[in-house]
Design a protein around this ligand. Structure first.
Ligand SMILES: [Cu+2]
Length: 142
């Protein structure tokens, strides 16, 4: 006869260990980043502008998927002052959500200089703590 409680404890231990491995698989904050693969800062581009998002140390998943160290990209356009990083990222023409887990996008911007920045949001569109955010790049649209 087996001990039901012991069996439950063993199962729970395995689940806990697995979750810990998933949660701490990326142990160093330095290894988590998002960045622009294209365009690069200082580039002059034409519409439609193809933007390629890079990510390191995090899994890019659709919004609503709650997994450790994962999230989806948000493109901040011409944002000088970051939104409150404890709240869901706003959704408007200056804060674009890529909630299907996209890693590239095509956008159109008026001619002139613009800044772009990437900010990762979790399953609820809330930035991580500490936030996973790219450098702010400047491009010129011809
Ligand atoms: Cu979002």
């Amino acid at each position: 006869m087996y001990d039901k409680n012991m069996r439950l404890i063993i199962i729970l231990s395995c689940v806990t260990i697995t979750l810990n491995v998933l949660a701490h698989g990326y142990h160093n904050d330095e290894e988590r980043s998002v960045f622009f693969i294209a365009p690069l800062t200082g580039e002059t581009v034409s519409n439609p502008i193809k933007i390629t998002f890079g990510a390191k140390g995090v899994n890019i998943v659709p919004a609503g998927v709650d997994l450790p160290m994962s999230g989806h990209h948000h493109l901040l356009i011409n944002i000088d002052k970051l939104p409150n990083l404890k709240l869901p990222i706003p959704a408007d023409s200056n804060h674009l959500h890529f909630g299907n887990g996209q890693t590239e996008a095509e956008i159109n911007l008026p001619p002139g200089k613009h800044t772009l920045q990437l900010l990762l949001g979790n399953h609820l569109h809330v930035p991580h703590s500490p936030p996973i955010i790219s450098d702010r790049i400047e491009i010129t649209v011809r």
